[in-house]
Design a protein around this ligand. Structure first.
Ligand SMILES: CC(=O)SCCNC(=O)CCNC(=O)[C@H](O)C(C)(C)COP(=O)(O)OP(=O)(O)OC[C@H]1O[C@@H](n2cnc3c(N)ncnc32)[C@H](O)[C@@H]1OP(=O)(O)O
Length: 398
């Protein structure tokens, strides 16, 4: 238990809370930084811990929607800005903030909460599980196949144009499970940092603008290596289809004086390799957990997604943090309902979250000891119900 007082952040306390957050993340908050960030750090939806009148911990969220398998977009809390002052850590402050925040999310009607974790050992205990993963690509000496989709045009935008065009072009949840809407509060900072600090190119296909990429280049020449090309880093790339994706990569690969393109945070199964003459020219250099998911309203979340064909399974969930989720659910392609039937599989909320967007396979989690199997016949059924054809991916930092 913590001795700190946990309460909603009040209007007027935003900057002092943001400075505390900055210190916990080893960042300095100058007037200039605050000017860029103030719009993305409202008091609303933010909880703080106070000790001796000073804020010593903070955790916030913004309202968004998360795409789930089948095409629905659910009300979601995107959790951000979590930090505890270094002289108050490991006293239960985060635990108290997370409890207050989850209760608040439930009250507001958020069906799920999502976050990106600074460290992977923190959030499982609060019911968050890894629901999407991403890969980092390193592209060198690559060229597109002659039969790769073509025909579109790419143009570079000025920063002012990009601030207007890119938010309208981002299609978000319409594209893929795991993606979220980017509300104004998100764009408020992204307009400064993401757009302001990157080159922005837009792809136009037969039906108009259908993709964009934000990238920056870094001059890595040295005295000993004066002819080394720059490193181009892709920061945000979204394309409506493979034609737009190929068009944007065709453009990137033609930027002069570049020796290497780095593309972190790309989806698993990115079609890039399929349109290159040499798939190995796009090497996978990293595999990361991406979006962490927490089902805030388990029955509503389970009912909102679609499932693969097959017989239902009975899953028992125990959720000490949000006890109304505790129960037995009969999950099948026709319907999801609570049941009194004996459970076939038992799992904690973080494990259900890992299955929910289709990223993890039930039998793999059972083999790892994360799912308690009461009836082994249920596992192959669960393996056909939960997975999805295209790996889920978020693609939005927050
Ligand atoms: C969504 C985001 O914003 S991610 C950014 C998160 N913020 C940061 O990483 C900033 C730097 N770190 C911090 O501010 C703090 O260490 C926090 C917020 C991560 C944790 O805050 P604390 O108040 O110390 O957490 P709290 O005391 O409630 O710990 C709860 C449990 O989690 C464990 N834990 C907390 N942080 C960590 C960590 N970084 N690594 C491993 N375990 C951790 C604690 O040991 C404790 O375990 P126990 O219950 O078995 O004893």
């Amino acid at each position: 238990m913590t001795a700190a007082e946990i309460r909603p952040l009040a209007v007027g306390e935003e900057r002092v809370a943001f400075e505390l957050l900055g210190r916990s993340l080893h960042a300095t908050v100058t007037d200039e930084v605050w000017e860029c960030r103030a719009g993305s750090f409202p008091a609303e939806r933010r909880f703080a811990a106070f000790a001796g009148g000073d804020p010593v911990g903070v955790a916030g969220s913004f309202a968004t929607r998360l795409a789930v398998p089948g095409g629905k977009a659910l009300p979601a809390a995107a959790v951000d800005g979590v930090g505890v002052r270094a002289d108050h850590t490991r006293r239960g402050i985060l635990t108290a903030l997370m409890a207050a925040q989850l209760e608040d999310c439930a009250r507001r009607g958020d069906v799920v909460a999502v976050l990106h974790a600074s460290e992977t050992t923190i959030y499982g205990r609060f019911g968050y599980g890894v629901a999407t993963r991403s890969q980092a690509l390193r592209v060198t000496r690559a060229a597109l196949r002659p039969d790769a989709p073509a025909g579109g045009a790419v143009r570079l935008l000025s920063t002012a144009e990009a601030r207007d065009v890119v938010p309208r072009l981002y299609a978000g949840p319409a594209l893929r499970p795991g993606m979220i809407e980017r509300p104004d509060v998100w764009w408020s900072y992204a307009r400064h940092r993401l757009i302001g600090e990157h080159q922005v190119a837009v792809h136009t296909g037969p039906d108009g603008d259908d993709g964009f990429v934000l990238y920056r280049t870094e001059d890595v020449r040295t005295f000993d290596h004066p002819n080394t090309g720059a490193v181009l880093t892709v920061r945000d790339l979204h394309a409506a289809d493979t034609r737009a994706l190929a068009g944007l990569w065709r453009f990137l690969l033609r930027v002069d004086l570049v020796s290497e393109i780095r593309a972190p945070g790309r989806p698993l199964g990115d079609p890039l390799r399929t349109v290159l003459t040499d798939p190995r020219a796009a090497a996978v250099t990293g595999l990361d957990d991406e979006l962490w998911l927490r089902l805030v309203d388990v029955p509503a979340a389970l009912a909102a997604r679609t499932y693969g064909p097959g017989e239902p399974v009975v899953v028992e969930v125990s959720d000490p943090l949000l006890p109304s989720n505790t129960g037995r659910y009969r999950i099948g392609p026709e319907e999801v309902r609570t049941t009194a039937a004996e459970p076939e599989l038992r799992m904690a909320p973080d494990v259900l979250a890992m299955l929910y967007l289709g990223d993890a396979l039930p039998s793999a989690l059972a083999a790892a000891g994360r799912i308690e199997v009461a009836d082994a016949a249920a596992l192959p059924r669960a393996d056909t119900l939960f997975p999805v054809p295209v790996p889920p991916w978020c693609g939005t930092p927050f």
